[in-house]
Design a protein around this ligand. Structure first.
Ligand code: PRX
Length: 646
């Protein structure tokens, strides 16, 4: 952890009055203040409201077992039965998925059609030898085959591990090795901003990088003109589906505590961090928050612009919304990618009720100008949501006024890969909104902001955000390793706490997130481990030392990499190319730094530690404080000018 001057407060965020949610929304909202009182009356047992949104094969008697840190421990259920089967009586012909592809294609799957495909693919996976508990890795863009594969795995009790399609073959292999996964469902490629990117060499990279034998299923995305040959252990998705068409597979009854999926994220070490979500607690949490926070009703049309490869896609495209029986719009490609009218065209065309997107996308829409959304009828919208990073009040207001016409509440939802679902946000029909501030912790959740000694700081003072109560969507790693009852070293005053890695400040019970304070940086709603990037850079021939921080100008964040070559006469352009190439090879093109700054030395403290904080200030263009205590203060000016001129 770093020192207390870490936290930059934007007073504008703290000063703002709360805006009352529109009355028309309040009148129809899914949850009311009276319902939420159960949390103060019953404590942890009130999470039964979340559990009760699901259909259980064996109903749970215990909501939370404090000794084991397990949610709904004696309950059994199947996630796919909850997302599909139970809707078939009432809504089999309702659209479950509407897909809008990059090339302008549209495909729809009703609940019945989706259920048939999931059954057929589940039968296919079984045929290939997949059993309950096996890890199946999925590597595809946002195409309907990805939710089909996720739900097929869940149906047979297999554990899916989706690896974002933008990751490199090496990154895919590292994750498959870590999870000991012997099954890969991969598309032949994907479209990035309209250009075809082939993935067919992925299976080769994986085979070369892994000890275990891998069975591969290839999904066709690029069409007939993209040729590839299948190896001995390779199967074609389409053929597998044809062979098993019409078959039904009984959903496998899982314990609530059984794994539903694994997902890898960036942590504070050089290695990807594995997060394991459970079948019961996670599904209850995502269904409850989809209902209470996103206000999703069965029959709504809902659009979330995230990629399925990240946690938002898992929780709030697939599991939460489908558990509630809504129509989910899937868009292949980034939200803020041209054509500039695309998103608004989709909202009008499909009469979207709820739009959930990222602050980065909103800032891009603002830059493009209101004339694009203004061309469309957006009056179907009932609620707007944001996730992934702090939203600046200006962008918040633009969303509220330009897109929502002041008729839609905006929920600024704070959560993480580790939390599985929302933890800090307003409840849209209940709480007033404060632009730039996420809101109070969810009912049933306690959060605190502490200093480096674990002491709670006063309101309006920045500190480290910690969660002090368990929540249903908490990952297996927390209940297994930490046990809720154990005393935390970090927070001596509470029984247990989960340190989130974020800085935050509380004002009038609302929490404003200040950003990451650990060795993770968050850029455009994506997480990068600085250690991971630095170790790749140091691995490049010719680089002696490296430091990676996030920098920004005018709210646009970027990855800033500072590198110290091992000779004075280094060929910097060539080193830059090599650094980018290595990062692309080991992680993927999306992780390339926005800036690579070469410097003869990195700034060091007298004990020899790299002063990343100072580099962050330089990258943010901040006024620098006294640097005389550095071992090498003379490099600061040089780094500053190199950063500005780069
Ligand atoms: O720094 C916080 C930021 O995103 C981090 C979690 O990133 P990831 O695990 O990739 O999950 C992103 C989608 C949930 C957090 O530690 N973050 C997320 N939501 C918000 C946020 N920062 C401010 N406000 C938010 N609403």
């Amino acid at each position: 952890m770093v020192g207390g001057d870490e936290f930059e407060l934007e007073t504008e965020k703290l000063a703002t009055e709360r805006i009352a949610p529109p009355q028309s929304f309040v009148e129809q909202a899914n949850v009311t203040p009276t319902q939420l009182e159960r949390f103060s009356e019953e404590g942890v047992d009130a999470w039964e409201m979340a559990g009760d949104l699901l259909t259980w094969d064996q109903p749970y008697r215990t909501v939370f077992d404090e000794d084991d840190g397990d949610w709904f421990p004696d309950g059994r259920l199947n996630a796919t039965a909850n997302c599909l089967d139970r809707h078939l009586d009432s809504r089999k012909n309702q659209r479950a998925l509407v897909w809008e592809g990059q090339l302008g294609e549209t495909r729809t799957e009703t609940y019945l059609e989706l259920s048939r495909k999931v059954n057929a693919f589940a039968a296919g996976l079984r045929d290939l030898g997949v059993e309950a508990g096996d890890v199946v890795t999925l590597h595809m863009p946002v195409i309907p085959e990805l939710p089909v594969a996720m739900l097929a795995c869940a149906r047979i009790g297999a554990v899916h591990a989706v690896v974002y399609a933008g990751f490199s073959g090496e990154a895919l292999a590292t994750r498959m090795a870590e999870s000991d996964s012997s099954y890969l469902v991969v598309s032949d490629g994907y479209y990035r901003r309209g250009d075809a990117v082939s993935l067919t060499n992925r299976a080769e990279t994986v085979r070369a990088g892994l000890d275990q034998k891998v069975t591969t299923v290839v999904v066709d995305r690029l069409g007939e003109h993209h040729e590839y040959s299948l190896g001995d252990n390779d199967y074609q998705y389409r053929r597998l589906l044809d062979e098993h068409r019409g078959e039904t597979v009984e959903p496998v009854s899982r314990r609530a505590t059984d794994e539903l999926f694994l997902i890898y994220t960036s942590g504070t070490t050089g290695e990807p961090k594995r997060v394991t979500h459970t079948t019961g607690g996670y599904l209850a949490h995502t269904a409850w928050t989809s209902h209470a926070v996103l206000d999703i009703e069965p029959g709504d049309t809902y659009l979330c612009t995230a990629d399925l490869g990240w946690i938002t896609g898992h929780s709030y495209i697939v599991y939460g919304p489908l558990a509630l029986g809504t129509t989910v719009l899937l868009r292949e490609g980034e939200a803020d990618q041209p054509p500039k009218t695309k998103l608004w065209e989709l909202v009008e065309k499909h009469a979207v009720d709820i739009l959930y997107t990222s602050p980065t996308a909103i800032r891009t829409f603002m830059k493009w100008g209101a004339e694009y959304p203004d061309k469309y009828d957006l009056s179907s919208l009932r609620l707007l949501g944001t996730v992934g990073e702090p939203i600046n009040p200006e962008a918040w207001r633009w969303l509220y006024e330009q897109i929502g016409d002041e008729q839609c509440p905006v929920v600024d939802t704070w959560w993480q890969t580790e939390t599985g679902g929302h933890l800090i946000t307003t409840i849209p029909g209940v709480d007033g909104m404060k632009p730039g501030s996420a809101g109070p912790p969810l009912p049933g959740v306690e959060a605190t902001v502490v200093d480096e000694t674990g002491t709670e700081v006063e309101e309006t003072t920045g500190g480290y955000l910690a969660i002090e109560t368990p929540w249903p969507g908490m990952p297996r790693e927390l209940s297994e390793e930490t046990r809720w009852a154990e005393t935390s070293d970090v927070l001596p005053n509470s029984e247990w706490a989960y340190m989130t890695g974020d800085g935050a400040v509380v004002d009038d019970e609302y929490i404003t997130i200040l950003g990451r304070v650990d060795d993770v940086i968050n850029v455009s709603g994506r997480r990068y481990g600085t250690m991971e990037l630095e170790s790749i850079m140091i691995g490049v021939d010719g680089i002696a030392e490296a430091a990676v921080v996030s920098g920004y100008d005018d709210h646009d964040q970027g990855i800033y990499a500072f590198a110290n070559p091992d000779s004075d006469s280094a060929d910097e352009p060539a080193l830059r190319v090599r650094i980018n190439r290595e990062i692309e090879r080991e992680i993927g093109p999306f992780a390339r730094p926005d800036r690579i700054v070469f410097t003869p030395e990195l700034p060091k403290t007298s004990s020899g530690k790299i002063m990343r904080r100072l580099l962050t200030d330089i990258a943010h263009g901040n006024e620098l404080g006294d640097t005389s205590a550095l071992r090498n203060p003379e490099v600061v000016g040089e780094i500053e000018s190199a950063t500005q001129s780069d």
